[in-house]
Design a protein around this ligand. Structure first.
Ligand code: BJW
Ligand code: ZN
Length: 244
C-alpha cells in the first residue's frame, strides 16, 4: 500500500455521495474478539464450521450452547474500538450510508451505528425453536437447555448458521445499498462465506469504487480498486475522518 493509495482512498471517501461498508470479524479483532479463521479461531478443537450448523444443534444443543455461553462471556467484556466509532461517525454525517455486518457481537450498535444490517444475526438475541419468538437476552451463562418464556420450547441463538437462509428483507436492503453506493469499503473479512463474499463484486459491477481494509489478501483482493493493508483500528479512522 503506497501513500498515494491511502490518499486516493481518502479522497474517494470524502467526495462520495453514498457509501456502503461491509465488515467482518477483523474489525472486532482490534477489540479483542477472536476471529473465526486462523490460529485464534478454534474452541476446544472444534471449528466454527462444526458448531454453527442446525445439524450440530440438533445433535448436541448443550455443546452448542456451551460454545455460545463462552462467546457471550468473552464478548460482554469487549468495547467498540476506533474503527467501530469511525464507522458510526460517518453514518452521522453522510445521509446516504448503509452498514452491512457479518458480526454477531453487537459492537457496531454499541458504537452508535443504527443504519445497519446484521446479516448473520446477533449473539444477544434468542429464538424459540417451537414458536419462533425472538427476544433480546443478555443472561450469562444461559442454562445449557434454555427454554422459551411463552411455550417452554427450546431456545437457540438468533444467528444464521451454515446452510440456513439469511433474512430476505435484510438481503434486499443490502442489495439496494450495494447497487446504490459510489464507494464500498470492505473491512476485516476473509471473504469466504457467502452471500457476503459476493458483495464486493456486486458493488463493483454496479460501478462502485471498492476499498478493502485487511492485513492479509483475500479472494476479493484482485477485484478491489485499492487494498489497504493494516489493522482496522489504525486505517479506518484515517480513511473515514477526512476532516472536510
Ligand atoms: C483484520 C484484523 C484487523 C484480522 N483489522 N482485519 C456459494 C458458494 C459456496 C458456498 C455457498 C454459497 N452460498 C452459500 C453457501 C454455503 C455457505 C458458505 O458460504 N460456505 C462457505 C464456507 C463456502 N453459506 C451459507 O450457508 C449461508 N447461507 C446461505 O447462503 O443460505 C442459502 C444457501 C444455503 C446453502 C447452500 C446454498 C445457499 C449462511 C452463512 C452463515 C455464516 N455464519 C457464520 C457463523 C455464525 C455463528 C456465530 O457467529 O455464532 O458467521 S460463519 C462465520 O464466518 C461467521 C462470520 O460472520 C462469517 C464470516 O467470517 P469473517 O467475518 O470473514 O471472519 P474470518 O475469521 O473468516 O476472517 C477475519 C478476517 O479479518 C481475515 O481476513 C483477517 O485477515 C482479518 N483481520 N485482524 C482488519 N485487526
Ligand atoms: Zn416458544
Amino acid at each position: 500500500m503506497s501513500p498515494e493509495e491511502l490518499s486516493e482512498a481518502r479522497s474517494r471517501v470524502a467526495t462520495a455521495q453514498a457509501i456502503t461498508i461491509l465488515t467482518g470479524a477483523g474489525i472486532s479483532a482490534d477489540s479483542g474478539v477472536p476471529t473465526f479463521r486462523g490460529a485464534d479461531g478454534l474452541w476446544r478443537n472444534y471449528r466454527a464450521e462444526d458448531l454453527a450448523t442446525p445439524e450440530a444443534f440438533q445433535r448436541d444443543p448443550r455443546l452448542v450452547w456451551e460454545w455460545y455461553n463462552w462467546r457471550r462471556e468473552l464478548i460482554a467484556t469487549k468495547r467498540p474500538n476506533p474503527a467501530h466509532h469511525a464507522v458510526a461517525a460517518l453514518e452521522a454525517r453522510l445521509p446516504d450510508f448503509w452498514l452491512i455486518t457479518q458480526n454477531v457481537d453487537g459492537l457496531h450498535r454499541a458504537a452508535g451505528s443504527h443504519k445497519l444490517s446484521e446479516i448473520h444475526g446477533n449473539i444477544w438475541m434468542v429464538r424459540c425453536t417451537a414458536c419462533g419468538t425472538v427476544a433480546e437476552n443478555h443472561q450469562i451463562p444461559l442454562p445449557l437447555l434454555p427454554s422459551c418464556d411463552r411455550c417452554r420450547g427450546l431456545l437457540r441463538p438468533h444467528i444464521v448458521w451454515f446452510g440456513e437462509s439469511l433474512d430476505q428483507e435484510d438481503l434486499a436492503r443490502c442489495a439496494k445499498a450495494l447497487q446504490d453506493c459510489d464507494v464500498l469499503i470492505v473491512i476485516g473479512t476473509s471473504g469466504v462465506v457467502y452471500p457476503a463474499a459476493g458483495f464486493a463484486s456486486v458493488a463493483k459491477e454496479a460501478g462502485a469504487f471498492v476499498i478493502e481494509v485487511n492485513p492479509d489478501p483475500t479472494p476479493q483482493s484482485d477485484l478491489v480498486d485499492i487494498a489497504l493493508r493494516g489493522h482496522a483500528k489504525d486505517l479506518v479512522p484515517n480513511l473515514l475522518e477526512t476532516g472536510e
